[in-house]
Ligand binder design. Structure first.
Ligand SMILES: C[S@@+](CC[C@H](N)C(=O)[O-])C[C@H]1O[C@@H](n2cnc3c(N)ncnc32)[C@H](O)[C@@H]1O
Length: 247
């Protein structure tokens, strides 16, 4: 499901996504002249890092959120001639063919059908192309979910926190080979109070807040934060690497 993000608040936060992006980039070997598909590019932090690694290459930066992409265009103003910015839903077939690599950070847990997602990515890649990604994995933010369940009385299927083995199987079914998938606990500690609540509201609870009137947002986030013993988001990352079969 496509939803809008508060790109300004997002970029103002101390995001663990920065280290997740670096770790994911470290798993991608590039020559410098490739075209790389970035799936869920957000405000373009990793797009900029990719461009630095691609002096003769390009990035196809895909995201569903118009506001995130506006921010990316502003951030990359000097390098936009080497970026194709595409507002698209990753659950729909992408108008991309024969990209040389795919890269994604902190996006896939927002997508319920990973079979469809991986098939779309596979179709966008040339045979042999690498695919590296990070997203929330099985067990992710269990304490935050328990706090949410206390506040709301339910634990709706907002996210898709997939396991390593099921992801490996899905990637192989979608036409990938040389698959490696791991779950990596990686909690993020925020400043208590305003910073933690802004983080929860902007990064974690957006889909919950979309269902509430704006007047209730602050109280809801405060109630969830109050259920947590410390200002920590107990992340478990699903990190995977694969290669499009046939190369
Ligand atoms: C937490 S942000 C991560 C952004 C960026 N990769 C980063 O690390 O900062 C998740 C991004 O995934 C995008 N997204 C989620 N579901 C999507 C979908 N179905 N199609 C396209 N983009 C999607 C959102 O719009 C958002 O920009």
């Amino acid at each position: 499901m496509i939803r809008e993000w508060d790109a300004t608040a997002y970029d103002a936060l101390p995001l663990p996504h920065l280290r997740w992006g670096r770790r994911t980039l470290d798993r991608l070997t590039l020559s410098g002249d490739e075209t790389v598909l970035e799936a869920g590019c957000g405000t373009g932090r990793d797009t900029a890092a990719l461009l630095d690694l691609l002096p003769q290459g390009r990035v196809i930066a895909v995201d569903g959120s118009a506001r995130m992409l506006d921010r990316l265009r502003a951030r990359l103003a000097d390098g936009l001639d080497r970026v194709d910015v595409l507002q698209a839903d990753l659950t729909e077939p992408l108008p991309i063919a024969r990209a040389d690599a795919a890269f994604s950070v902190a996006t896939f847990h927002w997508i319920h059908d990973h079979d469809v997602l991986f098939a779309n990515i596979a179709r966008a890649l040339r045979p042999g192309a690498p695919f590296v990604a990070d997203c929330g994995g099985r067990g992710n933010i269990a304490r935050v979910r328990a706090a949410l369940a206390k506040v709301t009385g339910e634990d709706p299927e907002v996210w898709n926190f997939a396991g390593a083995e099921e992801t490996r199987q899905r990637l192989e079914r979608a036409g990938f080979t040389d698959v490696r998938a791991d779950l990596v606990p990686d909690p993020a500690r925020l400043e208590p109070g305003e910073q933690f609540e802004s983080y929860l509201a902007t990064v974690v609870l957006g889909a919950h807040l979309d269902r509430l009137p704006r007047s209730e947002h602050q109280g809801f986030v405060h109630a969830v934060a109050a259920e947590l013993a410390e200002p920590v988001v107990d992340y478990v990352r699903l990190e995977f690497s694969a290669r499009r079969a046939g190369g």
